[in-house]
Design a protein around this ligand. Structure first.
Ligand SMILES: [Zn+2]
Length: 304
């Protein structure tokens, strides 16, 4: 059972429990229910803005001691913000919105703030956009440092041509991007990535190649499924159930974790979670149970 301690169970609250996350009262109850379980060392959720919820969450987390990630990706794209925009005004506005989110995140015990690189506006200017994203990331890191917040930045490379059409990215571009930063930034995990299986699959990247190359930067893994047949109406990043019509199953998940171990350059702790979006309020706890079992088996199979 070597290495089992590397992997920490994490729960993507806003996906698995989506129907319970839109009202303060149901969300408060949900955090309370979850804090009574010792299944998860980490939770990934939307930014908590409501003052009552902030207080409640802080008191619950004194016991639960979750490693907390707030993903602001969805909020940013809904607000038509883009951290890699060629339009410098929009990019600058986005950077300032990120600062505001960081300030709010700091009101609770936040370990990671999660972003994505934003939509590619012009295929011919992708390189320029990568430069713009670098600027935003540097500014966000400087902002965190200037406020002395104990918050780290994680970004999730998304699919580049299939669905979300983000700037970053495929393995080689992500690797090149991360190497633009001084080593101490990535070594101290001030900047890391979330390796999501659906996005790398949609980018048609070889998993083992990708994991070997990016391993030192991976602080979390999302097990997400996708239909990879371009002719299929379900092609894309739809956070679908693991129903065997896509590529994801326990053995694929285990092989991802195994590859991380074999890379020999992985981080000392990696948070792993299942990314399935539940729409049926009556099924959320069933899905949580299934996802937890899935994580447990994948970790066990990878480490045995
Ligand atoms: Zn993801």
């Amino acid at each position: 059972m070597a290495n089992k301690n590397i992997f920490k169970n994490s729960l993507l609250v806003s996906n698995i429990f989506d129907p319970l996350t839109h009202e303060t009262d149901s969300l408060k109850k949900l955090y309370r229910d979850l804090s009574g379980s010792s299944r998860y060392q980490g939770i990934e959720t939307r930014l908590i803005r409501d003052e009552l919820l902030i207080n409640e969450f802080n008191s619950l987390n004194q016991k639960a001691r979750w490693n907390v990630t707030y993903w602001i990706t969805g909020e940013m794209s809904r607000a038509k913000l883009n951290p890699s925009s060629i339009d410098e005004n929009l990019r600058d506005k986005t950077a300032h919105e990120i600062y505001k989110s960081i300030d709010i995140a700091a009101l609770t015990k936040c370990d990671f703030i999660g972003i994505a690189s934003g939509r590619c506006e012009d295929e011919n200017r992708r390189t320029e956009q990568i430069g713009q994203f670098q600027k935003t990331v540097c500014q966000a890191l400087d902002y965190i440092q200037s406020k002395a917040y104990p918050i780290k930045l994680v970004f999730e490379p998304l699919d580049t041509f299939a669905h979300k059409k983000n700037v970053l990215g495929n393995t080689d571009n992500v690797y090149g991007f991360l190497n633009r930063f001084p080593e101490n930034i990535t070594k101290t995990k001030k900047l890391s990535i979330c390796w999501d299986s659906a996005h790398f699959a949609l980018n048609e990247d070889d998993f083992n190649y990708s994991i070997n190359k990016l391993s030192p930067y991976i602080s979390r893994v999302h097990f997400a499924d996708a239909i990879l047949d371009k002719e299929d109406k379900s092609y894309g990043d739809w956070h679908r159930n693991f129903d065997q019509n896509g590529f994801m199953n326990e053995s694929v998940a285990a092989s991802i974790l195994k590859q991380l171990i074999e890379s020999g350059s992985h981080q000392d702790e990696i948070y792993v979670s299942v990314e399935i979006r539940e729409h049926d309020i009556n099924n959320v706890w069933n899905l949580e149970e299934q996802s937890f079992r899935f994580l447990e088996s994948a970790i066990k199979a990878a480490c045995d």
